[in-house]
Design a protein around this ligand. Structure first.
Ligand SMILES: [Ca+2]
Length: 477
């Protein structure tokens, strides 16, 4: 180790000597620093390498003061955050308690401890919705994620889904029925209050099952019987009584469907059994039916066979007894009705027998009517009309007259077209028909009680028909 005074070895680009003192350039700043207590060593080339200790700078009091202030501020913030967390903890405890209470109630519901009628799903759902909103508020106010709040939110979502599912899986649809029926009753009451219809003039006695009367004059208010036995998910289908004149009128048939295919139908032996959904016989259609155009005629169901232009018949034996081609009939949703799909072939029964209402390519999608032999399913006679079938919502036959409906609004239909097979004349009319729900899925006539049977978005509805006296029996032009 040497003490260096490297006069002759100085690299002038890096250092210089001034008044006997040695200076170096400090980095890129172009400034020089005085070296004190330099010690050094000479290498083999005689170059002096020095190490030095720079003098201590002054104590940075101002920076320390700033640090102290920052620390103070941070302490206040931390205290505020701690207070917030305490508050959240209290709120969370309240929510957790409420959630536990709700979970318990849902568990009781799942175990079947209470009957569905005792529960108010709406109330439970409302509570969950309120709590969800509060947790969402909590989440947004916390500026970031919090595992506990996230978990609570997830649990609440699951609970909400579970309650919705419980409501859906409630087989009897008690709550749905109650709500829907309450709404329907309210609407019907309103309709009754606003009723300004003129009283029906006195009409001569008309014998059911005969045609000693004129065309349809008007239609009663709808009578909502019930929701179909499979529930509100079964929006499509048909229902009614046996349309053969003189048939047993205690028997009620209901054929719900959740789409294109008709799998089965149910027979009740009395109207009361229908009302309480008890004492019934379920029947398979055999090779399946298509659309909602089925009808019961002489204890036998007649319907469009699945994916074909044939008519099928089934006498409650769980199999198709006979299926016969309906010549040229369009099928597979080619010319169905505007409010129901796959009802290309609509079966009907009236005082004069069994009918098929359909359309063909030859008749450009307009209504075609055929009289059908109920035993052989053979076509006896055919009539063609000039009314486009897909423009209509449904159709039915009364005393050999085709009546066609269309929608006026979500609450009203009208019979707007008729075709008399006896006179082969058509007519246009406007007979209003109120409907509790928006879409008419099927409409058929029973000559035994002069009623129309409508399957209305899952609801079974019927109407009384009033007819004109025989002397006014002329199609309206
Ligand atoms: Ca019909």
């Amino acid at each position: 180790m040497h003490l260096c005074f490297p006069d002759s070895f100085v690299d002038t680009s890096k250092a210089f000597i001034c008044y006997g003192q040695y200076f170096t350039y400090a980095g890129n700043f172009g400034l020089s620093q005085q070296i004190q207590n330099s010690t050094g060593s000479l290498d083999e080339l005689g170059v002096c390498h020095c190490s030095s200790v720079l003098p201590d700078s002054t104590f940075p009091a101002d920076r320390f003061e700033m640090l102290e202030m920052s620390n103070q501020n941070m302490t206040i913030t931390v205290e505020q955050q701690i207070n917030k967390i305490h508050h959240y903890e209290i709120t969370l405890n309240i929510y957790t308690e409420r959630l536990a209470n709700l979970t318990k109630r849902v568990e009781v519901m799942e175990m079947g401890g209470l009957s569905y009628t005792e529960l108010d799903f709406e109330l439970v759902k409302l509570e969950i919705r309120e709590m969800e909103a509060l947790v969402l508020q909590l989440k947004s106010s916390m500026n970031g994620t919090n595992v506990q709040v996230e978990a609570l939110y997830l649990e609440m979502r699951n609970l909400s889904i579970m309650v919705s599912q419980l409501e859906v899986y409630d087989k009897n649809n008690v709550m749905v029925i109650r709500r829907e029926i309450a709404a329907l009753k309210k609407r019907l009451e309103d309709c009754e209050k606003n009723q300004t219809m003129k009283p029906t003039p006195h009409l001569p006695q008309m014998h059911n099952g005969t045609c000693q009367h004129g065309y349809i004059m008007n239609i009663s208010k709808p009578f909502v019987v019930q929701l179909n036995y499979l529930g509100s998910g079964y929006m499509y289908g048909g229902w009614g009584r046996d349309s053969l004149p003189g048939a047993n009128q205690d028997v009620q048939w209901v054929a719900p469907s959740n789409g294109r295919i008709l799998y089965s139908y149910r027979i009740y032996n009395t109207y009361n059994d229908l009302l309480i959904y008890k004492y019934f016989t379920d029947n398979n259609t055999g090779n399946y039916g298509q659309g909602g155009g089925m009808i019961m005629f002489n204890k036998t169901m007649y319907f469009n066979c699945y994916e074909s232009r044939s008519i099928c018949k089934n006498s409650q034996g769980n199999k198709v007894e006979l299926s016969v081609n309906l010549p040229n009939a369009a099928y597979n949703n080619r010319f169905s009705y505007s409010s129901s799909e796959y009802q290309d072939i609509d079966m009907a029964g009236d005082e004069e027998g069994l009918w098929a209402i359909y359309s063909t390519e030859e008749n450009a999608g307009n209504f075609v009517i055929s009289k059908i032999d109920p035993k052989s399913l053979v076509v006896k006679q055919t009539w063609t009309t000039a009314q486009y079938k897909p423009a209509a919502t449904n159709a039915f036959m009364v005393c050999g007259v085709l009546y066609v409906t269309r929608a006026i609004s979500t609450k009203q239909e009208e019979i707007f077209y008729m075709y008399d097979t006896k006179t082969e004349k058509e007519g246009w009319l406007s007979i209003p028909l109120e409907k509790p729900k928006e879409k008419v899925q099927s409409l058929s006539y029973n000559p035994n009680d002069h009623k129309l049977y409508m399957y209305n978005d899952g609801y079974l509805v019927n109407y009384d028909l009033n007819f004109k006296p025989p002397q006014k029996d002329k199609p309206e032009k």
